[in-house]
Design a binder for this molecule. Structure first.
Ligand code: BGC
Length: 460
């Protein structure tokens, strides 16, 4: 029997778009600190260690949020967890904006981090559970699109308030997306899959009828019910059950690789990298950085268009190949320059700009959106919250480690050494994806679950 085409309603698009606003919070905070930190430094007269604490407090918070977000999203639900995250985000923002002391500022940053840690994975999780199969990739990737938009908006906000040196206003702008998310999610339905998990089939059917725009949702309800019955409610130790082992390895592995290929050294340190390359003027390096932000948004749009057509695997493989080549180019460029090949036809500044653009475009085409998409697709319903939580904690911890070590690594092995190292990690990541990541395009979450269950069986 040919599968029935999915029903795509306007309502499901609205629900996904509202939940994806969580991505703006994530991206906004990633981008805003770089502009604000100079002025915060001045106001509180920070030492370099204190500056590092000011920047990384959000990452610490995000690790905590991601850890508790899993059990939270299984217990109180996906929608309520996103609501809680937006409230904490708004509260944290006010603490930061009003902080009279550096210690209070840090508390606010940790609160913001906790909110982002929760929202960073519960939003993709929620979207994956309401989306029809045929456009699930695109809808979940809206979250990544809004991460990239959030980064760009933050650059704009930084630029706007930099003249007055008003770092408090920079942070205050975050209240706008925070409030949109809070009010918007309040109006959205609960995840039908979570409702089934909580043994509320009547409510689940009601939501499904509305988001699918049809009265007959018995097939989908039946499919979800079977998977709930097979699995039961999960605990942390269930993460090591044979059927979950491979998905767990995939989630944690991709979480590390998404960060260890260096994306945030580019996002956080692009102006510094341009200055290493001899672009002496700060304005030129900042303009180049905005260019990178724009490429990140535009190519994520292309990824959204492609992810349900080409599939996850090809995009990931092309993405990693492009990232690896770009890092290789950058590494070789810096090596030649320090080897005294100055006066060549192309300058190191040009090589840097071209390689960073290829790099970010390649990331945006695959590894950026697809990491968050895959971890929302590959886990059985019973442990979905916990398993995503673990992958997300790993992602934030790796983010923290990579960001914290970049400059010291440059001191240790030089710019070219660091970029070549990232190129090597991209190669390993390519092999990892090639060997282990299955194609999930067009499959229902329950079919994906059945696939991993059969692989987890002895001899499977
Ligand atoms: C990553 C972030 C990164 C962002 C850049 C996300 O998928 O998880 O660490 O800053 O993409 O677009």
């Amino acid at each position: 029997m040919a599968p029935e085409p999915d029903r795509i309603t306007g309502f499901v698009l609205v629900v996904a778009a509202v939940a994806a606003v969580a991505g703006i919070l994530f991206g906004f905070d990633t981008g805003v600190i770089s502009g604000a930190i100079l002025f915060i430094n001045e106001e509180f007269s920070l030492t370099s260690v204190m500056t590092e604490v000011a920047v990384s407090a959000v990452l610490m918070g995000a690790i905590i949020g991601a850890l508790f977000g899993g059990p939270l999203s299984d217990r109180v639900g996906r929608r309520s967890s996103i609501l809680a995250a937006s409230l904490i985000f708004i509260a944290g923002t006010f603490v930061v904006v009003l902080s009279p002391l550096f210690s209070i500022f840090i508390i606010g940053r940790i609160l913001i981090g906790i909110a982002i840690g929760v929202a960073s994975f519960v939003a993709p999780l929620y979207i994956s559970e309401i989306a029809p199969e045929s456009i699930r990739g695109a809808l979940v990737s809206l979250n990544q699109l809004l991460i990239t938009v959030g980064i760009l908006v933050a650059y704009g906000v930084n630029y706007y308030f930099a003249g007055a040196g008003d770092w408090r206003a920079m942070f205050l702008a975050g209240v706008i997306p925070g409030t949109v998310l809070l009010v918007g999610m309040f109006l959205m339905p609960r995840s039908p899959r979570w409702l089934m998990f909580m043994s509320r089939p009547g409510d689940a059917a009601k939501v499904l009828r509305k988001i699918r725009g049809t009265a007959d949702v018995s097939d989908e309800i039946g499919e979800i019910e079977r998977s709930v019955r097979t699995e039961g409610a999960g605990t942390w130790s269930d993460l090591f059950a044979p059927a979950v082992r491979l998905p767990l390895l995939l989630g944690v592995g991709l979480a590390i690789l998404q960060q260890a290929t260096g994306i945030n050294t580019v996002i956080y340190y692009a102006p510094t990298i341009f200055q290493f390359a001899g672009l002496a003027e700060a304005t030129a390096s900042i303009a180049a950085t905005v260019g990178i932000g724009v490429v990140n948004v535009l190519v994520t749009l292309i990824a959204i268009w492609l992810v349900d057509r080409a599939g996850r695997r090809p995009l990931l493989l092309w993405s990693l190949a492009g990232m690896g080549i770009a890092m290789l180019l950058l590494g070789v460029g810096f090596a030649l320059e320090s080897g005294g090949a100055g006066g060549a036809a192309v300058s190191l500044g040009q090589v840097t700009a071209v390689s960073l653009i290829i790099y970010v475009a390649s990331f945006a085409l695959g590894l950026g959106p697809i990491f968050w998409l895959l971890i929302a697709e590959i886990y059985p319903l019973s442990v979905r919250g916990l398993a995503m939580s673990l992958a997300t904690v790993t992602n934030w911890a790796a983010n923290f480690i990579i960001a914290a070590t970049f400059l010291s690594l440059v001191d240790l092995i030089g710019e070219s050494g660091v970029f070549l190292l990232y190129a090597l990690v991209a190669l390993l990541a390519w092999l990892f994806v090639f060997k282990l990541v299955p194609e999930t395009k067009g499959l229902s979450l329950e079919q994906i679950e059945a696939y991993f269950r059969s692989r987890g069986r002895p001899g499977g």
